[in-house]
Design a protein around this ligand. Structure first.
Ligand SMILES: Cc1cc2nc3c(=O)[nH]c(=O)nc-3n(C[C@H](O)[C@H](O)[C@H](O)COP(=O)(O)OP(=O)(O)OC[C@H]3O[C@@H](n4cnc5c(N)ncnc54)[C@H](O)[C@@H]3O)c2cc1C
Length: 492
């Protein structure tokens, strides 16, 4: 590791990796991953990436319209235009880089349908598209001479300097390293771990959002949280395995505890309605039937097709004792995605000079109130590329300058973090702000999260990964409830 970089990218998911690859060999780049490089929400992505690549059967206008409908027209139309118009060439670029999207014998990429899409436009690699993408990108990033890549290194602080930032990192041996950089891209992913049940990986604690907030960057719509209707319902697991939308896209039906289809009773699009609609249908049906037992059934399809199309889901369910070619899959909604985040412009720039954000931690406005399936990997690609291009243009204009200012001194702390803080945060949010919200508890919840955060910030706790992530979770939880309370007061 050097002492100074042109660019530091916090995160090695699709946004961090793809962004890093855009820089020319002249720029020194540091990519930081808090765990092993493979652990990210990107590598969990199953369904695929939405892109209008088949112009005979699809049209960018339809992709834009589908995105707007799913987002309840609360999206930023300019950001969607960028996404939809530029996204296809980023997907083709991924293919050039070596990602093997499923294709027919002539080499034409196969496109599947997912909920909310009016056309077959999701390119995929079986049912582990994200892993296919990140494995390819990790290998290339690691081979680049201008990029340093560190794993098991937790960024705990991003401080402003003259012409850049100081980045504080906690290494796996508990030592601390500080580097400076002219530009910083936050690509730290989602916030799922602020909930009791989530599809998100263990890294999703909202660290980047916390750094941005502490630097005074504008955050937007942190209350816009997506719940996925069909996560594998295993009570013992907090991280719930996703049963991709593509399973419904390929014809799986949703059944209640009596084995009856019911989604059409809540929305005429039935199982293929957008996620928030299907999630709400399940919760309302749960109240009607007084049962939390719900199932996805794809047993009417040929076992060979199911095993070939969904090998990972097939194997995972089998591990849990469910052969999906013969048995129904138990499912229930859980937290899945954050539509809001660090507010950025069309070049992924935040409101803080030289600070960029891309991927799930950012708010481009693409998703509006609800993300359309398979639009998020696309967003991570398009806007991380734009961030890198914008930084390179800034450097080309001679604006880089030299990073100066006194290096921050970090306090290692003395008090061990008490147990139970993270548990309290996630149980509370799961109770108060799940699919059907509990407005009567909003204010007291906000007060409690503020108390927790104040304690975390004012006590001399030891600087450990547990403490750093607890502080991120408390910050995100407080910001969610602040936004929710504010909007609730405006509504009533
Ligand atoms: C189960 C599942 C299935 C999904 N399926 C799809 C799909 O089919 N199609 C689709 O478009 N989207 C899908 N999504 C959503 C999509 O995967 C994510 O939104 C997207 O991949 C986010 O990419 P990212 O690069 O922003 O973040 P991530 O991929 O989550 O990467 C975040 C990175 O930041 C690092 N990091 C975080 N904090 C720190 C810190 N403090 N210090 C150092 N490093 C840090 C992490 O180590 C990680 O490397 C799915 C999500 C899940 C959970």
């Amino acid at each position: 590791m050097k002492e100074n970089y042109d660019v530091v990218i916090v995160g090695s998911g699709a946004a961090g990796l793809y962004g890093a690859l855009q820089f020319s060999d002249k720029q020194s780049v540091l990519v930081i991953s808090k765990r092993n490089a493979e652990l990210s929400n990107s590598s969990l992505a199953q369904g695929g990436i939405a892109a209008v690549l088949d112009k005979e059967n699809d049209d960018p206008k339809l992709h834009i319209e589908d995105t707007l409908i799913a987002g309840k027209y609360k999206n930023n139309p300019k950001a969607i235009e960028v996404l939809v118009n530029e996204g296809p060439s980023d997907v083709l670029r991924l293919r050039e880089l070596g990602v093997e999207f499923d294709s027919d014998p002539s080499g034409k990429m196969l496109m599947t349908l997912e909920a909310g899409h009016s056309r077959h436009r999701i390119v995929h690699h079986k049912d582990f598209t994200g892993k296919a993408v990140t494995d390819t990108l990790i290998e290339i990033v690691k081979s680049k001479s201008n990029i340093d890549f560190v794993e098991d290194t937790l960024v705990f602080s991003v401080d402003k300097a003259q012409n850049g930032f100081y980045i504080g990192m906690l290494n796996s041996d508990h030592s601390i390293t500080t580097v400076s950089c002219s530009y910083c891209i936050l690509a730290t992913g989602g916030i799922g771990r602020v909930y009791k049940y989530t599809t998100n990986s263990a890294i999703a604690t909202g660290d980047g959002i916390t750094f941005a907030r502490n630097l005074g960057a504008k955050l937007m719509h942190l209350d816009r949280i997506q719940f996925h209707p069909t996560a594998f319902a295993a009570e013992k697991d907090r991280e719930r395995f996703l049963i991709s939308e593509a399973v419904r896209g390929e014809g799986a039906v949703l059944l209640n505890c009596y084995g009856e289809r019911f989604a059409q009773n809540y929305d005429e699009r039935g199982e293929l309605a957008p996620r928030d609609v299907v999630s709400e249908a399940i919760i309302r049906e749960s109240m009607r039937t007084n049962s939390e037992n719900f199932y996805l059934d794809i047993t009417h399809k040929s076992p060979d097709f199911v095993r070939e199309r969904f090998p990972m889901i097939y194997d995972k369910c089998l591990e849990e004792g469910v052969d999906i070619t013969k048995q129904r899959i138990p499912v229930f909604p859980c937290q899945h995605y954050l539509m809001g985040g660090i507010d950025v412009d069309l070049n992924a720039k935040t409101s803080v000079d030289r600070l960029y954000a891309a991927g799930e931690c950012s708010h481009t406005g693409v998703h509006g109130a609800n993300r359309l399936a398979s639009n998020s990997l696309l967003e991570a690609l398009v806007f991380s590329r734009r961030a890198a291009q914008n930084i390179m243009a800034d450097i080309a204009q001679g604006n880089q300058g030299v990073v100066t200012g006194s290096e921050p001194v970090y306090n290692m702390g003395t008090v061990p973090l008490p147990k139970g803080i993270r548990t309290e945060i996630r149980s509370t949010l799961q109770d108060v702000y799940f699919v059907l919200k509990k407005p009567e508890k909003f204010e007291e919840t906000y007060k409690r999260f503020t108390e927790i955060l104040t304690d975390l910030e004012s006590t001399d706790y030891q600087l450990t990964s547990d403490y750093i992530e607890a502080k991120s979770l408390a910050t995100v939880a407080q910001e969610i409830m602040l936004e929710v309370t504010r909007k609730h007061q405006e509504d009533y």
